[in-house]
Design a protein around this ligand. Structure first.
Ligand SMILES: C[S@@+](CC[C@H](N)C(=O)[O-])C[C@H]1O[C@@H](n2cnc3c(N)ncnc32)[C@H](O)[C@@H]1O
Length: 216
């Protein structure tokens, strides 16, 4: 967990520093009191958004990250070990569902459908993507590392991104875990199919996709 924990602590520092150009977080609108962060790590984004008067729920498959988050922020956050593909919340109970730098590691269509399920009418989804160029960058790293194992994984990521692009589906790797790249167009199509009105923008080095559900 050491490396992951260092990552989450660094992301917490970035998220708490409004002057840091790497900081990208959703604006919380008036009336959005129940916020879900999918792939939350230790809960860094929720803490940076502010928890006063809000129900802030985070899920992540990383047990050690959730344990650390509970120990540190357990009085402010509700953190659960769970996957994006099976969110342990009732339908229609969340105002804002966010997924920051985590969607690429999920079964994307299933994760989007689960976030849609837990959102209330008029609810909002906020995502950041990994583009094709990010995944292509991994190729050079794998080549430099002379690592056939990493190279095989990178080729899987690239192919899985194209699969999502062309079919809206992704496949797991031999480990059973998922990874892919996503174009804003493919994610927008998937969200539109789920009933969202979609907006895409670039913030710093992140592509942000937001979806709004119609009011009930
Ligand atoms: C790059 S980190 C991003 C953490 C945090 N959202 C942030 O912005 O700093 C990706 C996170 O997604 C989590 N993750 C990977 N696959 C997941 C899945 N299927 N469901 C939920 N979380 C997942 C990882 O454990 C990790 O904490």
């Amino acid at each position: 967990m050491g490396k992951n924990l260092d990552y989450h602590l660094e992301e917490l520092r970035i998220a708490l520093d409004s002057g840091d150009s790497r900081r990208v977080l959703p604006q919380v609108h008036d009336g959005e009191t129940t916020i879900l962060d999918v792939g939350c790590g230790i809960g860094q984004s929720l803490i940076a958004l502010g928890t006063e008067g809000r129900r802030c729920i985070g899920i992540d498959v990383d047990e050690a990250a959730i344990a650390h988050g509970r120990k540190t922020f357990g009085d402010r956050l509700q953190l659960e070990v769970a996957g994006a593909e099976q969110i342990p919340l009732e339908a229609g109970t969340v105002d804002l569902a966010m997924c920051r730098v985590s969607l690429p590691y999920t079964n994307v269509p299933r994760a989007l459908a689960q976030m849609r399920r837990v959102l209330r009418p008029g609810g909002r989804i906020w995502l950041t993507l990994h583009g094709r160029r990010t995944a292509q960058g991994y190729l050079g790293e794998a080549w430099q590392a002379r690592s056939p194992v990493r190279m095989a994984h990178v080729l899987y990521i690239l192919a899985n991104g194209w699969l999502f692009e062309l079919t809206g589906r992704v496949l797991p790797y031999v480990t059973g875990r998922y990874e892919s790249w996503q174009s804003p167009q493919a994610v927008s199509r998937a969200l539109a199919r789920l009933g969202f009105e979609v907006a895409v923008r670039v913030e710093g080095r992140h592509t942000v996709v937001e979806g709004q559900l119609p009011p009930g």
